[in-house]
Structure formats: structure tokens, C-alpha cells
Design a protein around this ligand. Structure first.
Ligand SMILES: C[S@@+](CC[C@H](N)C(=O)[O-])C[C@H]1O[C@@H](n2cnc3c(N)ncnc32)[C@H](O)[C@@H]1O
Length: 224
């Protein structure tokens, strides 16, 4: 039900003690898992569109039911917004919504997709990840985005990166991982004027605190 989302509960009470070791290992090793055919196909479709349109890109990874992709497409009409999610159920919900012409939704595993993007050299101005699954159990560090082997690809993709979560430790860990990778990282709590996604809406309606971490490579480039 809306307005009673459970808080994140974790057996971890501070930054994971293995975070730095794990991030450094992933930054210094290529992630060599073969790219599955379905992700390669989704990428090929998008690559053709990106090259034909010649627009700068904004990525919305783990876009879920597509509300944030629509929000970004309206806010940045000159960009092509690409929403990626692995869930067909959520993407089907998204496909029933009225979508601006400057966005596309793809079914793909985001971790493999980022590796393809790293090689493709798309002009990605910004990369948003709204409310990734928190994987709060301590033993699941490797499933969090900053603990995943594809983190090394992620940090190279876009000038601006923003991650939002209702778990403060998640954004703190993400910020530390960004700094280990040599990027800036600023953490803030915030109250959304207009919720950008379904999860933001439901966490906010439940009275939960919301957190964001953002990173930009240029001193003059700030989106929000
Ligand atoms: C908690 S939901 C948040 C959805 C949306 N961003 C929002 O804020 O409403 C996390 C989303 O990430 C997607 N996801 C998780 N792991 C993924 C992966 N490896 N590749 C692509 N999508 C993934 C899930 O399918 C889900 O839609």
C-alpha cells in the first residue's frame, strides 16, 4: 500500500569494511563475463538510434516503470533519454504510459549494458540511477552497484552521475567508491518538489528520508 513502505533494515551499521578493497579490485581488473545476446541486441538497437539522432544522451539505469525516464525527457527536451531495466513486467507498465519522443526504453542487464557503452563512446552527459535495490545484508555488498565488478565501467561513462536512495549508507558507500575511483562525490538529503519516480513517490509518502549522491567531472557542469 502507498505510504507505508518499510524502512531499509541492515545488519551493517557503517561503511562496509571491505568496500575499499572490493572497489580497488574492480577498478584494476577488467570484468570479462561474456555479454548475453539479449543485452547485445538491445544495445545494437539503441546504438543505431543514437548514431542516427546525434543527440547527447542521458541514461536512466534501473528505470523501472519508466516515470523517471519520462520526467527526464520532459526536463531535458534536447537530449535523448535512455531508460534501461531488466524487468519485462516493469517495462510493460512503462510502455503503457504516454512517452515524449526523445526517450527510449530498453530491456537489458544494466551491468553488461554499461560495459558495452564504455566501448561505444556515446556522448553521455548524465547518468541517473534512482533507488537501486539496496541489498542491505552485509554479505550482499557485491550486489550493490558500487560493489559490483561493472562499477569500473560505470564511473567512466558520464560527466554527471547521480544515485538516489532511501538508505543513507548506500549513498555514503557510493560516494566513497566514487572518490576511490578519482571522482568527486557530494551527498545530500533532500525533499523532492515533484517525485521523479514511483519509488521516490512511495518512500516520500511514507515519511522516509531521501538521499542523493552526485558527481561531476567538470567544475562548471552541474545539473541540479
Ligand atoms: C527499486 S526499483 C527502482 C525503480 C525506479 N528507478 C524507481 O525509482 O521507481 C529497482 C529497479 O532496478 C531494476 N534492476 C535491478 N537490477 C538490474 C539490472 N542488473 N539491470 C537492469 N535493471 C535492474 C529492477 O528491475 C527495478 O526496476
Amino acid at each position: 500500500m502507498f505510504g507505508n513502505s518499510p524502512y531499509v533494515r541492515s545488519n551493517q551499521d557503517g561503511i562496509h569494511e571491505k568496500l575499499e578493497t572490493v572497489v580497488r579490485k574492480h577498478l584494476s581488473h577488467d570484468y570479462l563475463r561474456p555479454i548475453p545476446a539479449h543485452t547485445q541486441q538491445a544495445f545494437d538497437v539503441a546504438d543505431k538510434t543514437v548514431r542516427e539522432r546525434g543527440q547527447c544522451i542521458i541514461l536512466d539505469s534501473g528505470c523501472g516503470a519508466g516515470d523517471s525516464t519520462i520526467f527526464l525527457a520532459k526536463r531535458f527536451p534536447k537530449h535523448l533519454i535512455i531508460g534501461v531495466d531488466k524487468s519485462l513486467v516493469r517495462l510493460n507498465k512503462a510502455s503503457r504510459k504516454q512517452a515524449p519522443g526523445n526517450m527510449m526504453l530498453l530491456r537489458a542487464d544494466q551491468f553488461d549494458f554499461w560495459r558495452l557503452l564504455e566501448r561505444a563512446g556515446w556522448p553521455i552527459d548524465a547518468h541517473y540511477i534512482f533507488y537501486p535495490n539496496p541489498w542491505p545484508k552485509k554479505q550482499h555488498l557485491g550486489r550493490r552497484i558500487h560493489g559490483h565488478p561493472a562499477f569500473g565501467a560505470l564511473v567512466k561513462l558520464a560527466e554527471y552521475i547521480e544515485v538516489r536512495s532511501n538508505w543513507s549508507l548506500y549513498v555514503e558507500e557510493f560516494a566513497l567508491a566514487l572518490k576511490i575511483a578519482g571522482r568527486t562525490a557530494v551527498v545530500r538529503d533532500f525533499k523532492p518538489a515533484t517525485p521523479v519516480s514511483l519509488f521516490e513517490k512511495k518512500f516520500y509518502a511514507s515519511g522516509q528520508s531521501l538521499y542523493r549522491v552526485f558527481s561531476h567531472t567538470s567544475e562548471t557542469f552541474l545539473w541540479t
